[in-house]
Design a protein. Sequence first.
Length: 179
Amino acid sequence: MEKSARIRGQSCRLISSCMEFLFIDRINQLERNVKISSSRALTLSEEYFQDHFPNFPIMPGVLMLETLVQAAQWLLRISQDFKFSSMMVSEVKMVKYAKFVRPGQTLYADVELKSVEDDKAEFKAKGLVKDATAITAVFKIRFFNIEATDGGADDLNAELIKRQKALLKLIYWPNENAN
């Protein structure tokens, strides 16, 4: 099934079998409207290591940042009870890279929600390998529901939210995290 949609005034196609790249293996801790901690274990079999770099494989910096952003998006989705189907980064500032992340290591994302205003949320985030900081960043995420040009917006938003909820069940087990 293909739906035509408008995002920020531009037409695009949303295909029901689209590929998604998930950089969160597990949500380790979550405090609604406050913070989230997640993890991503890197393996040498990840495709991007073939080119980045063949003799010295490291996680690309933009994917380190994406890991932090995805953790923030999960915090926002859960905190807002999946009210919005779509999220996108609207601003990134103060990104600092401090350490390489290599195959066999785990990148831990610790993200704090700093503020929510209208349709944007601001986050302060840190990526850690063991106890060493690998990346820090401050960024904003815009959240919204898709406006479909063919009138199918409600169905499209409902399908996207349904997928997100199904994916959440694979990465977050809150009863196992409770002590």
